[in-house]
Design a protein around this ligand. Structure first.
Ligand code: PA5
Length: 326
């Protein structure tokens, strides 16, 4: 798992080069809908963050059996499942097909690839044999590449090159220090800006799956309108929480002011607090630098908790038991 986590920058460059077969035709979608769950769902959330301030269409992430009712021929659906066997994604994909939406799949194989091949839908086939969450770059970056090659968005090549230069070794000591402070605490991950929402969620997901621990996330400014009041919990409960605030180096100053005040009026009750700021020139490296750090924290916490970061026996059992039921 450590090798895979450290390999993220390399995978980003490889993933940009992956192409769809058959190639994606030119298109100007009115809406882009991503289908995918867990490790295969976060790519759609990252796509929304990257494109929110520049694309002429909305990006909507669906983590459900149901595709949205508004799907039509003008929609582009990116169906993503690493295994190709996730039932929610397969069901929503069938609905997208029935609605006449253009569909592209991103997968390492399985039923999803078979169905796409049968229908002649473009498929980006990613390398096999990884835990889905470790394949994040392969599942996310091709979404940008597909949209670019269809003529729907600009090239992200310079941003990909910038992200591929992230130096994982530089994050290791910081990650191990934080992991040491998280043992026996519940991580509460806050993004200082909605741009980093999927990063806060990724931290939570990785802490769940790699470190096998409970974690929660939320984002500014929304949390100032509800969760901030929840810090009125009993002192002993508050002290079991460890706040991690993720800042974007380009976030609006007003959000920084919100964070500063919230620390004074609420988070001072927490057992601990750490803050990290994104690095890099462009949006992609700003997102991926913090993802790299969070992935390393989750790995390091797994080691400190003496659990194996790789298997996710509970998810496997759940899928097995569901498959046994009609
Ligand atoms: O990390 C995991 O193993 C899960 O979150 C999976 O990604 C999730 O269960 C969906 O499976 P898949 O990625 O194969 O569609």
């Amino acid at each position: 798992m450590l090798d895979l986590v450290m390999g993220l920058p390399r995978m980003v460059a490889e993933a940009w080069a992956l192409s769809a077969d058959p190639p994606v035709p030119p298109m100007r979608p009115e809406v882009v809908v991503t289908l995918g769950l867990g490790g295969s769902g976060i790519g759609g959330d990252l796509l929304r963050s990257v494109l929110a301030d520049e694309a002429p269409f909305p990006v909507i992430g669906v983590k459900d059996y149901r595709a949205p009712a508004f799907l039509s021929r003008d929609a582009l659906v990116l169906a993503c499942s690493y295994s190709g066997g996730t039932e929610e994604t397969l069901t929503a994909y069938e609905q997208a097909v029935s609605a006449g939406a253009s569909c592209v799949v991103i997968t390492s194989g399985g039923d999803l690839l078979e169905r796409a091949r049968r229908r002649g839908h473009p498929a980006v086939v990613v390398p096999k044999g990884l835990p889905p969450r470790a394949a994040l770059a392969y599942l996310f970056i091709p979404m940008l590449a597909v949209l670019h090659r269809a003529g729907a968005v600009r090239s992200f090549e310079a941003e990909v090159r910038d992200a591929a230069r992230l130096d994982a070794d530089r994050y290791r000591a910081r990650a191990e220090g934080l992991a040491g402070r998280l043992v026996e605490r519940i991580p509460v991950i806050y993004s200082a800006t909605p741009f980093l929402e999927p990063v806060a969620q990724r931290w939570k997901d990785q802490l769940n799956e790699n470190a096998k621990t409970f974690a929660v996330w939320n984002t500014f400014p929304e949390l100032n309108h509800n969760e901030t009041v929840g810090w009125g919990v009993d002192g002993s409960l508050a002290r079991s929480l460890h706040v991690i605030i993720l800042h974007d180096r380009a976030q609006p100053a007003r959000l920084g002011q919100r964070v500063a005040i919230t620390k004074e009026i609420a988070f001072h009750r927490a057992g601990g607090l750490d803050e990290f700021t994104s690095e890099g020139e462009h949006k992609l490296s700003r997102l991926l630098s913090l993802i790299l750090l969070g992935d390393l924290v989750s790995w390091s916490l797994a080691i400190k908790r003496d659990v194996d970061p790789t298997p996710v026996a509970v998810i496997d059992e759940l899928k097995r038991r569901l498959a046994a039921q009609p």
